[in-house]
Write a protein that binds this ligand. Structure first.
Ligand code: NAD
Length: 360
């Protein structure tokens, strides 16, 4: 029987990379009953909202979904559909493997990291008060009355909640993954020297959880700015990383850069019962509709989805095909060529077709 999977092609370059992923997943022979649903720009045109309720219903019913990226307007407009999906479906764990692949422009060959980003709170909680609103004024008055430090009247405010519950849940998830996958070490990343209460709580919780895994998985903590430098200088020193939401977002892109760019970094958002797979990259609007960008991040997200569906052999075959095509360096997109203007670079769909031909 075919696996029911909700497919959200997204917008910008989303539909192109989603089509490439679909082609490659189907080429493994695993039968999928795709329930394709427009979101973002296309859903606004059709339903007047970027994330209609029936999309959430489809994901809740199918339990497995895969998506392309979706535009989030900067500083105005609707809130992020991506963040809304993670919060509405309580997809608390954002899992992003970052592994060196031969043939990429990776600056470090030994990289084999798995990033666990908390997905539901922190500065991403969406609790914001805009400049000049009565709520912002009220909040500023309350805070100024409570605290010896003062907030200027002409401020906008974003709230950073970090809870014991959500911290414990993501940190345990990272440790359990480490145990199950024979990983050596978990590194918790924070800025507890400055944010003593929020990041301090994350760190304290990490230390407590680490005790439960003593003797099985090593633990260390590193301050986020120092971590960024160390990741550039000696990424092979690290293994499993666990971070609050915002640092997780930033460090994920840094690690994608380490292994050769956003075009090859896959991801998954996991909850207790639902899993939603997506590339790390965004909708790269300037490339939309040009059949130009790298489909690898989406195809490898498809690999993660196949593993989640317990189709391990199909996942392995597809991953090997991706690695073969990238190693050969012939049928690859511009970003994987030594010179980005190389005229022999192929398009998104042509790279996907080359990968399909390599599936054994
Ligand atoms: P982006 O990831 O879309 O693009 C940044 C740059 O990375 C691109 O200009 C391109 O050079 C490169 N890139 C990205 N994907 C690539 C691919 N598949 N192949 C080759 N190169 C690739 O980041 P951005 O420009 O900051 O964001 C654009 C939009 O995407 C924004 O609206 C942002 O909010 C949104 N976004 C969505 C998601 C998501 O859907 N999960 C994630 C990040 C950003």
């Amino acid at each position: 029987m075919a696996y029911p999977v909700t497919l959200l092609p997204g917008d910008g370059i989303g539909p192109e990379v989603a089509q490439a992923m679909k082609k490659c997943v189907e080429a493994t022979g695993v039968a999928i009953a795709w329930d394709e649903q427009p979101v973002g720009e296309f859903a606004i045109k059709k339903y007047g909202t970027p994330l209609p309720d029936h999309v959430l219903d489809s994901i809740r019913k199918n339990k497995v979904a895969i998506k392309g990226p979706i535009v989030t307007p900067v500083g105005k407009g609707f809130r992020s559909v991506n963040v809304a999906l993670r919060q509405a479906l309580d997809l608390f764990a954002c899992v992003r493997p970052c592994q060196y692949m031969e043939g990429t422009k990776s600056i470090a060959k030994g990289v084999d990291l798995v990033i666990f980003r908390e997905n539901t709170e922190d500065l991403y909680a969406g609790i914001e008060f805009d400049l000049g609103t009565s709520d912002a004024k009220h909040l500023i008055q309350e805070i100024n009355a409570l605290s010896t430090r003062k907030i200027r009247d002409d401020s906008a405010i974003s709230i950073k909640p970090i809870s014991v519950f959500a911290s414990r849940r993501i940190i345990k998830f990272a440790f359990d993954y480490a145990v199950k996958n024979n990983r050596r070490k978990v590194t918790a990343i924070h800025k507890a020297n400055i944010m003593k209460f929020t990041d301090g709580l994350f760190l304290k919780t990490a230390r407590e959880v680490a005790q439960e895994y003593q003797g099985r998985v090593e633990f260390e903590d590193v301050i986020v700015d120092n971590m960024c430098m160390q990741l550039v200088q000696r990424p092979e020193f690290f293994d499993v990383l666990v971070l609050p939401n915002l640092y997780g977002d930033i460090v994920s892109d840094l690690c994608a850069g380490l292994i050769g760019g956003l075009g090859i970094a896959p991801g998954a958002n996991i909850g207790d019962t639902i899993a939603l797979f997506e590339p790390v990259h965004g909708s790269a609007p300037k490339y939309a509709g040009k059949n130009k960008v790298n489909p690898t991040a989406s195809i490898l997200s498809g690999v993660l989805m196949l593993r989640h569906l317990k189709e391990e052999k199909a996942a392995e075959r597809l991953e090997m095909a991706v690695r073969d095509v990238i190693k050969e360096g012939k049928f690859v997109t511009y970003d994987l060529k030594a010179d980005r203007n190389d005229p022999t670079a192929v398009g998104t769909q042509e790279m996907a077709e080359a990968i399909c031909r390599r599936i054994h």
